[in-house]
Design a protein around this ligand. Structure first.
Ligand SMILES: NC(=O)c1ccc[n+]([C@@H]2O[C@H](COP(=O)([O-])OP(=O)(O)OC[C@H]3O[C@@H](n4cnc5c(N)ncnc54)[C@H](OP(=O)(O)O)[C@@H]3O)[C@@H](O)[C@H]2O)c1
Length: 281
């Protein structure tokens, strides 16, 4: 009934199917590599964020789910609690200061602190060129994709600092390295996240907080439908992607769990691609 969850750390292959307590929805008695830790994942009611939230919870963390729409939060929380996972949820549009504040309050009230922050929420309101983008489009993309992760972290940081450790994961895109002409300002925002990763990792290293960046290739979600529903794209996949497929949200989730785990304790400031091989990198 429950999905089999396996992970390999320190050379051990372990199966969550053999650990019934990891399915507790109370958060008490959790087991797994991330047991008794608290994770916030933004934009986590669908796609990559949802897969990350599920994986962190399967690996033992208590996870705070959020996105802009209450009905999506309710659906995601019900689905994961139905799998016996320890999750709570709240509405949080990452570009809104009051929503971020509400998220912080919920984290403290329901979880008493925080260990992991995954800044996954991102938008692309424009398919078009950089110079064709209006000021409004620029503001929205930079606000949600670049400013919001930094502001969210600054609001949550004091609570991570209290624990003397923490992990932050930003979510960039392969578009940061291989810009697409149709995604002008989005490319730029995702490149900025590579810089934000380096800067934050430097600033936060003395506090014991690691900052890394997930760089997804094309992953099958609602967000990327315009790309993978296009036949020309599949010709590129056949020619260049040796794995002959596009990615699934779950392909990204394992890396995030690893980066949060103690096995990644000496990894910070890195941007890691999950892109099924790109001939351009
Ligand atoms: N899919 C890809 O091929 C791909 C490739 C590279 C990078 N990425 C990056 O991966 C991240 C996730 O993309 P995805 O493909 O998983 O997208 P998705 O399937 O469309 O899911 C997006 C999630 O974010 C929420 N969301 C959207 N805007 C938000 C906001 N302003 N504040 C809070 N939550 C918000 C959505 O729920 P609500 O509608 O309820 O808010 C939903 O839960 C993005 O940062 C994207 O740039 C994706």
């Amino acid at each position: 009934m429950f999905p089999r969850v396996a992970w390999v750390h320190r050379g051990l292959l372990r199966s969550c199917a053999r650990l019934p307590v990891c399915m507790s929805s109370s958060g008490i008695g959790q087991k797994g590599i991330l047991a008794n830790q608290v994770a916030v994942v933004t934009g986590s009611t669908d796609g990559i964020g949802f897969a990350i939230a599920r994986r962190l919870a399967q690996d033992g963390a208590r996870v705070v789910i959020s996105s802009r729409k209450q009905q999506n939060v309710d659906r995601a929380v019900a689905a994961l609690q139905g799998e016996g996972l320890s999750v709570v949820g709240t509405v949080c549009h990452v570009g809104k200061a009051e929503d971020r504040e509400r998220l912080v309050t919920m984290v403290l009230e329901h979880c008493g602190g925080l260990d992991f922050l995954v800044c996954n929420a991102g938008v692309n309101p424009l398919v078009g060129s950089t110079l064709g983008a209006s000021e409004q489009v620029w503001d929205k993309i930079l606000e949600v994709n670049v400013k919001a992760p930094a502001l969210m972290l600054s609001q949550l940081l004091p609570h991570m600092e209290k624990r003397g450790k923490g992990v932050v994961i930003l979510v960039s895109s392969i578009a940061a390295y291989i810009p697409s002409v149709e995604l002008g300002p989005y490319n730029v925002s995702k490149t900025a996240l590579l810089g934000l990763t380096r800067t934050l990792s430097l600033e936060l290293a003395p506090k014991g907080i690691r900052v890394n960046c997930l760089v997804p290739g094309v992953i099958e979600t609602d967000f990327s439908k315009v790309i993978y529903k296009n036949e020309a794209f599949w010709n590129i996949v056949k020619e260049n992607y040796k794995l002959q497929r596009i990615g699934q949200p779950e392909d990204c989730a394992g890396l995030v769990s690893f980066l949060c785990s103690p096995d990644a304790s000496y990894i910070t400031g890195e941007s890691i691609s999950v892109a099924g091989f790109s001939p351009h990198l």
